[in-house]
Ligand binder design. Structure first.
Ligand code: HH2
Length: 262
């Protein structure tokens, strides 16, 4: 389980909650206690329409948090900037979570892991009118190609992620989730992030068509995380670690600590 820690003022769900360094570190410890295996520290929102954060600002947000939590749990750095990835690895991160799928040379240079996520377009444009002939085939082919490039460059620990919500309609997201087994069948560990995303709001809209607000998307988040785990995803990226751990235990994807030797 990967716990999301956005040290940002504007992330679509936890934006502003952990923007202050000490608050972020506290939340990191809390997620470790709840059962997170990896904490994914991010200093720039990737939500549709988000504006870019200057590198110095992003460094100031994430580096102290990575430093404080590394050693307690595995840390991934959610960034698209090589300089931020460099500094976060120096501070103790061992996985680069890269929604731009461009930073494998950085991972190779440091000998750390790399997550290749698929997205179409940039946060400014990606949700305007995304189109694919065959979303599952196109996304899978690109991910496998990127993973091969990274492996050739010497990255041993490569993950692939279909990038739910990144340049995809509701239907594209559902097609990708339905076909997760095809990604899993590549043999490359699959990471899936659906947590509280917009398509869950659309699917849980009220009778008048108003999408469920982000605060009411936990049921969909748990249902899709559970589905992903059952399809063989190696990791789910979630805001709600404690609740998702409960779901994972129920489907046998996380050891239950019952105290009764069960
Ligand atoms: N989703 C988000 C950010 N990073 N990384 C991976 N590998 N997969 C994802 O699905 C993914 C990701 C968006 O979610 P969040 O970090 O909660 O929001 P924001 O980008 O607004 O900070």
């Amino acid at each position: 389980m990967m716990g999301i820690l956005n040290v940002t003022p504007d992330s679509f769900w936890d934006g502003g909650q952990w923007f202050e360094t000490q608050q972020a570190i506290m939340r990191g410890h809390e997620m470790i206690a709840e059962g997170a295996d990896i904490i994914d520290v991010g200093g720039e929102s990737t939500r549709p329409g988000a504006s870019e954060v200057p590198v110095e600002e992003e460094l100031a947000r994430v580096v102290p948090v990575v430093e404080a939590l590394a050693g307690r749990v595995r840390i991934s750095i959610d960034t698209t900037k090589a300089a931020v990835a460099d500094a976060a690895v120096e501070a103790g991160a061992s996985l680069i979570n890269d929604v731009s799928a461009t930073l494998w040379p950085v991972a190779a240079r440091h000998g750390v892991g790399w997550v290749a996520m698929h997205r179409k377009g940039t946060p400014a444009s990606m949700q305007l009118d995304p189109r694919y002939d065959d979303v599952v085939a196109e996304v899978s082919a690109l991910l496998v190609d990127w993973a091969a490039r990274a492996a050739d460059a010497g990255v041993d620990d490569v993950w692939i992620d279909p990038g739910i919500g990144f340049g995809k309609t509701v239907d594209h997201n559902l097609q990708l989730l339905a076909a997760l087994d095809a990604l899993v069948a590549t043999g490359i560990p699959v990471l899936v992030g659906t947590s509280r995303k917009g398509f869950l709001g659309v699917l849980a809209a009220s009778p008048d068509g108003t999408p469920a607000p982000v605060g009411e998307r936990l049921p969909g988040s748990l249902a899709t995380a559970t589905w992903a785990m059952q399809q063989g995803a190696a990791m789910v990226r979630v805001h709600d670690v404690a609740a998702t751990v409960q779901a994972a235990v129920l489907v046998g994807r996380k050891g239950a600590d019952t105290g009764a030797g069960a």
